[in-house]
Design a protein around this ligand. Structure first.
Ligand code: 13P
Length: 349
């Protein structure tokens, strides 16, 4: 085969692999567990529950989460950070290998965090593009099936600006294209933050503008929509807003914003964004009343793991209580995406 046709063959193999993995990530009744907090963020969370901020505790906690019995019944894959991907289970298996044996796809957060954006006071841009193809090649070799990159947008009276929206959308698209070339499915995560007192209508407006910019950049970079999972925020009022939207209102506003998404997208997996676990589940359940062209599932972090972290607090004697707490959240969210929630469960917000 000529060099050019070998490259083309390699690319088409990568494309079909990405499509297959992306479909598995949003398989019916399953969501994605986000356990990819950076070392700094994880340390803050450990400190909050009175656990020591050590590498060992970060490892123990992640092993506790992913080895919860039956996790793969409601979870397709787990997003890890670089530190965890390189760590080992207590029995010596590397995390990626152990996850595969547990029926879970290993994922890796590849952005290096959001930083103040030069030229745009008050706005942030996510970094991590330098050397990304080489890092992705290493992660692929280590067994990562998918990746994550999170862009953050804060709402104030004059933010985000169009330029801020575009800068983050551009980075997300370059990241997504690099992932697909490496045969790794990109989770594309543009997050409009809940911080602030904005209304649900304002959130809808900003989320739509962000989504349009991200879709345009993804298309410009030739990203294959069937080989990505979009991870947006739900459309919801700001944390300090006077009125709280109902699950029905959140679902309607969110579904309306999704209409512009392309038909061939693999799926949508929402972040929880600081909602309580119960509220995030109720909103996700209400979303299922809307007929969409792609699965609407969850890729929650805090809304899945907070009760487990609270139960564990670094105490090995509380391991099974912590795993029960995680199992309960996973079961509730899996039931939500399967449309199996009862009315009673829909209202505890
Ligand atoms: P939350 O569900 O806690 O918002 O986290 C999801 C995530 O992956 C953030 O990048």
């Amino acid at each position: 085969m000529s060099e050019r046709s070998e490259t083309a063959q390699g690319q088409s193999d990568a494309t079909s692999r990405c499509r297959q993995v992306a479909a598995a990530m949003v398989a019916p009744g399953k969501g994605i567990l986000a356990a990819d907090e950076s070392i700094g963020t994880m340390n803050k969370r450990l400190d909050k529950v009175g656990a020591a901020q050590t590498e060992e505790n970060r490892r123990d906690y992640r092993e506790l989460l992913v080895s919860t019995a039956g996790l793969s019944d409601g979870i397709s894959g787990v997003i890890l950070c670089d530190e965890t991907l390189r760590q080992r289970f207590a029995d010596g298996r590397g995390f990626p290998e152990a996850l595969c044996e547990l029926g879970l796809l290993p994922g890796i957060k590849v952005d290096t965090g959001s930083k103040p954006c030069p030229g745009l006071p008050g706005e942030q841009v996510t970094e991590g593009l330098d050397n990304l193809p080489a890092r992705l090649a290493e992660y692929a070799q280590m067994g990562a099936a998918f990746a994550k990159w999170r862009a953050v947008y804060t709402i104030t009276s004059d933010l985000p600006t169009e330029t801020g929206i575009r800068a983050n959308a551009h980075a997300l698209a370059r990241y997504a294209a690099a992932c697909q070339e490496a045969g790794i499915v990109p989770i594309v995560e543009p997050e409009v933050m809940m911080d602030g007192d904005h209304s649900i209508e304002k959130d809808a407006e900003v989320t739509s503008a962000v989504s349009a910019a991200v879709l345009a950049e993804l298309a410009d970079f030739g990203v294959d929509f069937a080989g990505i999972v979009l991870k947006p925020n739900m459309v919801i009022e700001g944390t300090d807003h006077a009125e709280r939207s109902s699950p029905k209102q959140v679902a309607e506003a969110t579904a309306a914003g999704l209409r512009a998404l392309p038909d061939d997208l693999a799926g949508v997996a929402f972040l929880s964004g600081g909602q309580s676990p119960e509220r995030a589940t109720a909103n996700l359940a209400a979303m299922q009343a809307h007929q969409t062209r792609w699965p609407l599932t969850f890729s929650f972090g805090r809304a899945l793991v907070d009760p487990a972290l609270q139960a564990w607090r670094g105490d090995s004697g509380k391991l099974s209580a912590a795993q029960d707490a995680l199992a309960q959240r996973v079961a509730a969210n899996a039931a939500a995406v399967r449309g199996e929630r009862t009315d009673q469960e829909l209202h505890p917000v």
